[in-house]
Structure formats: C-alpha cells, structure tokens
Design a protein around this ligand. Structure first.
Ligand SMILES: [Zn+2]
Length: 602
C-alpha cells in the first residue's frame, strides 16, 4: 500500500568506469534522484561479509566531490573515516528542483584497485574486478532501496559478468534489489573465458581470468558433480543462476562465498598434480556449500549486517568449520577421490590441529568471537595463543558426525543437522542463536551435548579422536619426527638462503634458551647449520643434551645454551585398527560409502 504522506524513496544509480585501467583507478559516479532532505549521508562499508576483519575500504577512496544536476558543486564534509555528508541545499540556487520539488545529487569519487584478493579490488590492463563492499557507499536508512549499476568498460571487447540481473534495454546495467544484494555481487570486467552449463535446470557459469594449466571441460564435469551432491543433500538448488568466478594468479589462494556466486583465487599452474587439483575442488565445494551454510543459514549476529564495525558471533566454528569438513567429504561423495584420499586430507587437518599449541589456550567459540582481531592478524605468538576456527571447527564437525552416525547406525548424520538448519533458519534467513545451534545438534544426535560443548567448543580439552574413530574401525597414529629428531620448539625456514627462526613454541627448549622468532640461526656447537640440513644435524644429539646455539638477534651475535627435549610427533595419520569387526566395517561403509578393505590395500 502506498500513501501520499509516505517519505519519498530516492533512486540510486551507480556508474563505474575505468578509462585508464593501467592507473588502477575505478571512476565511480552515484546519481541520487528524488532526494528531499537538506543533507545526504554516504557511508562506505569497513568490511565484507564472509571475511571477518575490518579492512577499512575507505582508505582506497580519493577525490570525493558532490554536485547538483546542473554541475554546481555542493558543500560536503567528512564526519568519520567512512562517512561523508553532503549539504544538498548548499547550492546558491537551492539546487535544481524539478516540478515535484525533488533534487538530483551527483557524487563522484575514485577507488584505487590494485589488490588481487577475493575481498578487494583489482584493475589493470588485463581486467577489472571489484568486490562491491570495497567500491560502493550506502545511504544510512535507505539500505533497502534498489540500486542500478552501469559499468562502462574501457574497450568494447571487455565483457561484464556479475550475478546481478541485467536491466533490459540498458547496456551493461544491472539491478540490485538492495544494498546487501549489491555487496553480495562481485563484478568481473574483461576478456575472461566463460563456460556455461546447466545442472538440474539451473544455469551456471564458470568464468576464468588469467592463463593457467586448467582443463576446463574436466573442471566443469567435476564441478557439476559437486553441485549435484550438495543439491541432493539440501533438497534442491535455491537459485536460477550461479556464477563461479575464478582468478588464476601466481600463488594466490582464497575464496569468498556469495548467495549467487563465489570468487576463487588459485595458483595458475596448480591443476596438473592430483593433490593440487583436489585442493582446488575442495575450495569449490567449500564456497559452494556456503551458499547454504553462512549465506542463508546464518548466526543471529549476521542476520542483518552492520557494515560499520565488527559483527560478533561465537559460531564461526560451525559456519566455517562444518563447511571445511564438508569440503573434504563432498568430493569423495562426488566420486572425485576415494576414501583413502579423504582420510589423508583429514589426517593433514588433524596434524595441523595437534601441532598447534594454541589449541590448548583458545576455544573454538573464543576463536570465532575474536576473528576480528586474531585470525587475520597473525603474529609471532599466534600459534601459541590461538587456533583457527576453520580447522578446530572442521574437527569438531567430524566428531559430531561420527557421534551421530555411531549412535544411529548411520541412519542419521551431520547431514540431517544441516537439513534441519536449512528448513528452520536457512529458507527464511532467520538467524540462529548459539543455543538454537546446540539444540539442533542435540535433537539429531538424540543425546545431551552440554558436556561436548563445554569441553570441545567452549573449552580447550584435547579432542578425543580415537574414541570417535573406533566405532568406524579407525584410529589415530602419530608419525615420529623423521626418525627421532630431539624437540627444540623452533620452526626454521630458509629466507634468502638464511635459516630464519619463524616460530618459537611456548614452554619449549628454544624459548627457555631465549631464542626469538625472527632470529637468524647461525651455528650449533660452533658449526654452521642450514635450514635444509637442520633436522639431520639434530639427529646427532640425544634428548637431554645441551647444545651451544649461535644466532643473530636484531643483528647482535648471541650464543646460548639449549637443552634438547624428547622427540615429538610431527604428523598424525588415520589408520585402520589392527583387527576390525564387521560392525566397524559396516559403520565405515555407511560413513564413507566405501569398502573397509581398501584401507588394507597398499
Ligand atoms: Zn569458508
């Protein structure tokens, strides 16, 4: 219903051009029509949903100006780092007013775009890419107003791809129904390759920028299988069109999920070796899974985004962790790799967890809450004081899946939890509270999970992998550190040919010897060591022996004594138990869809 007295809704039309791509500058023009108030506020997001860090996108904005439709400049001032206020009534003539008393205000600014990640903007002679949170301002209070975006490519050969629908009859003009939708819709402009394919009657596009050794036809086939497996799990695809946007770069790696698309960044030559190609497909499975888990099934704190600051939730361990667990499982279900490869991937994650001392300091829910200040802001102490909610969350999800499956003979699983959350929260996009998440897991598991949550999600108890793997005929085996290398507690990597200490484990021999991250390791017992032969050299000594270690600390030559500790496992492997029962083998088959016997084959 419309009433005459209702406030007038402004019309918003952005235009993005890039007349000189080599300058890395996007030219942005915003036309606000029908604005009646005497001031117009504009704010730029400080972060982008899916990446929980305040990135201060306004730092790349320059040359802001505002004018009336007759090009007379309007006064404006900056009220905070990301907030501009324009005096729309400041034109001496009072602004150009149309018959109904409405003005048109024109805002111009430029955005520097030279950061090639999925969360930032990149423009050069080969293409333009932008993540809308890092380009477009919103009008506070008018986030629900539709926004038109016209892109003007620098040359006719450049095409524009975005998940937004085209406005019929207007060249390269797209419509976002509101600001959230605009932020959720990345743009690629250039001479990229596009591969079209349909799955279950829905349109898909794989858009690739950059040269690489990918095999598009095989890639499309494998992505189709991933889509089918995930669709089957949730009971259908909740969209008409979905875009996979792939950037091939030297060594970049990353993904950002959206409701109708995802942006992927992957090494251009990372498609030949099977393990690398599998890693790529895991990335695809991960970002695609997010179109349900976190884009539609989301924590209460992310139900309505606050673009101006941190959005705190203790549940990222589930949003990212469950998604990470499924990104290993889905390629297996899609027939891309076998159960052995799946268990190897899982073993790598378990190794990362169990070799990170911070797992005993920070809980999964604390890691989620502090994402904004910790996960993306690593320092020399990070591995001692924190654990990634991705890795810990994935391992918690593994335990929950195994717990549910073991209790219900595979008749129930974590899949049922995902489906329940989709039905209860995802379809209607109502945010879930941490209590509702626990209730969903409890309902499907059929047992009280208070203790599980207290110990493994809100607490820092060691995850009891063996207890949960045993019903499936599996156990965890530690791998000794390359034939018993005594434990020092330092991590050394070659940098410019120099052995540099990159990390010092808390309460370790290296820490007690006063060795610091960023020290340059020079000699052990007076003899030079290199990063490459360090492990071999340490085998010449026994736990309990004291070494004389020489380092450069801040360019100062220091020699200190380090007493070696007993060797520690450097890796963990999931292996079959010595004697498996039929029940265990059946559980295994129910979980991974594969005969247990393949684990016995070498
Ligand atoms: Zn993710």
């Amino acid at each position: 219903m419309m009433e005459d007295s209702a406030p007038t809704v402004p019309t918003l039309h952005y235009q993005v051009s890039m007349p000189q791509p080599e300058s890395h500058i996007f030219e942005v023009v915003l036309r606000v029509g029908g604005w009646q108030a005497s001031v117009l506020d504009l704010k730029m997001p400080v972060w982008t949903p899916g990446s929980y860090l305040v990135r201060e996108y306004a730092k790349h904005l320059q040359e802001f100006s505002a004018e009336d439709v007759d090009e007379s400049p309007l006064l404006w001032k900056k009220l905070s780092k990301n907030h501009w206020q324009i005096k729309t009534g400041s034109h001496p003539a009072g602004g150009l007013v149309n018959a109904s008393g409405r003005r048109t205000t024109i805002v111009r600014y430029r955005i520097f775009a030279s950061e090639l990640t999925v969360r930032t903007n990149h423009l050069d002679r080969t293409h333009g890419f932008f993540n809308p949170a890092a380009v477009f301002c919103y009008l506070p209070g008018y986030e629900g107003v539709p926004i038109r975006v016209t892109v003007i490519p620098p040359q006719p050969e450049w095409q524009v791809v975005t998940p937004l629908p085209l406005v019929p009859g207007e060249a390269n003009t797209f419509l976002a129904k509101d600001f959230d939708t605009l932020v959720d819709s990345p743009f690629e402009i250039g001479t990229h390759r596009i591969y079209y394919f349909d799955v279950e009657g829905r349109h898909h596009e794989l858009v690739i920028w950059g040269e690489g050794n990918e095999q598009p036809s095989r890639m499309v086939q494998d992505i189709e299988q991933i889509i089918k497996v995930e669709s089957r799990m949730f009971g259908g695809l909740p969209y008409d069109r979905y875009v996979f946007l792939l950037h091939l770069s030297a060594s970049g790696y990353g993904g950002l999920e959206h409701k109708y698309s995802c942006t992927l960044n992957y090494p251009r030559l990372g498609f030949r070796a099977p393990d690398q190609y599998h890693r790529f497909l895991q990335l695809v499975a991960h970002e695609f899974f997010h179109l349900w888990n976190v884009k539609r099934i989301r924590p209460k704190a992310l139900e309505a985004f606050d673009y101006e600051g941190e959005n705190y939730t203790p549940s990222l361990w589930f949003c990212e962790g469950a998604t990470s667990y499924y990104d290993l499982l889905i390629p297996l279900r899609a027939g891309i790799y076998d159960a052995k490869t799946f268990l190897q991937s899982l073993s790598k994650d378990i190794t990362r967890l169990l070799t990170t001392p911070g797992r005993l300091v920070q809980s999964a829910s604390e890691s989620s809450w502090d994402a904004w200040i910790k996960l993306y802001r690593r320092d020399a102490n990070s591995d001692n004081s924190q654990i990634s909610y991705y890795i810990k969350g994935a391992m918690i999800s593994l335990l929950l899946d195994l717990l549910i499956r073991a209790r219900h003979n595979n008749a129930r699983s974590l899949d049922d939890v995902m489906r329940y959350l989709w039905q209860e929260f995802g379809i209607s996009e109502i945010g879930f509270t941490p209590e509702q998440l626990q209730a969903a897991l409890t309902n499907v598991a059929g047992i009280n999970l208070d203790e599980f949550f207290a110990k493994y999600i809100d607490g820092t108890d060691e995850l009891p992998f063996d207890d949960y793997l045993e019903p499936f005929g599996l156990q965890l085996q530690s791998v000794e550190n390359g034939n018993s290398v005594p434990f020092t507690g330092w991590t050394v990597k070659a940098e410019n040919g120099k052995p540099m200490i990159k990390f010092v484990h808390s309460d370790s021999p290296a820490e007690m010897a006063g060795i610091n991250a960023d020290d340059e390791l020079l000699a052990i017992n007076g003899l030079r060591v290199t990063a490459e032969q360090l492990s071999e050299r340490l085998k010449d000594f026994q736990a309990g022996e004291t070494l004389s270690v020489t380092v450069f600390h801040q360019d100062e030559l220091l020699t200190t004594s380090l007493t070696l500790a007993p060797p520690r496992p450097s890796a963990y492997r999931i292996v079959p138990v010595k004697q498996s029962s039929l029940a265990q083998e059946n559980n295994f088959k129910g979980w991974l869809g594969s005969e247990f016997a393949i684990l016995r084959q070498t």
